[in-house]
Write a protein that binds this ligand. Structure first.
Ligand code: 5GP
Length: 176
């Protein structure tokens, strides 16, 4: 068990199991994109560890880039707007694979998908390491899922609690 700020977390999924699952996801992507050169776009900050471990297992000719979505809280003054920052690549006619750490309600990904669709990508798929039950709203594009989680707050392997805990190698779950 570990304590981060005022909360206690227990180990949930260990790094070795995460890596094993990532190798399988990468194998599936390699197979599905055999004759294409996909553009991976990782959603920061949470996906930085997953993106690094996933890309090391991909054998395709590919590119990777990074975007950020300004969160709800940060945008409070302007209402419930979520803004996509940092997309410098031209995604017109590209085969895009979005890399996300976790999908909870699916609203963040819905916003990203909306924007990407308007930019004329040839195809858009999502690979997420973790998904919660709410992710069904983007099912159509959610082709690759690492682990389906229950409704619980998780931490580690890139995911934070109030800015901390991203460096933890394993995934932890909030102890209730
Ligand atoms: P959604 O828009 O799908 O509800 O939320 C997606 C974002 O919320 C994720 O990219 C992540 O930043 C954050 N999030 C959702 N669930 C969790 C969780 O259990 N732990 C952490 N650390 N972040 C989460």
């Amino acid at each position: 068990m570990i304590v981060v700020k005022d909360r206690t977390f227990e180990k949930f999924i260990c790094y070795e199991d995460i890596l094993e699952r990532i190798a399988i996801l990468a194998g599936n992507i390699d197979e599905d994109y055999k004759d294409r050169k996909p553009l991976f776009i990782a959603v920061l900050n949470g996906s930085f560890m997953f993106a690094a471990d996933l890309l090391k297992e991909i054998s395709l000719n590919c590119e990777i880039s990074f975007i950020k979505v300004a969160s709800y809280e940060e945008m409070e003054s302007t209402g419930n707007v979520r803004q996509l920052i940092g997309l410098n690549e031209n995604i017109f006619k590209r085969d895009v694979i979005i890399i996300e750490d976790i999908i909870d309600t699916g609203r963040t990904m819905l916003k990203i998908l909306e924007e990407f669709k308007s930019l004329g990508a040839n195809s858009i798929e999502v690979v997420t390491l973790f998904s919660k039950p709410g992710a069904v709203i983007i099912q159509e594009h959610l082709k690759y899922i690492g682990f389906e989680l229950p409704e619980a707050f998780v931490l580690g392997y890139g995911l934070d609690y109030d800015g901390q805990g991203r460096n933890l190698k394993d995934l932890y779950k909030l102890k209730d």
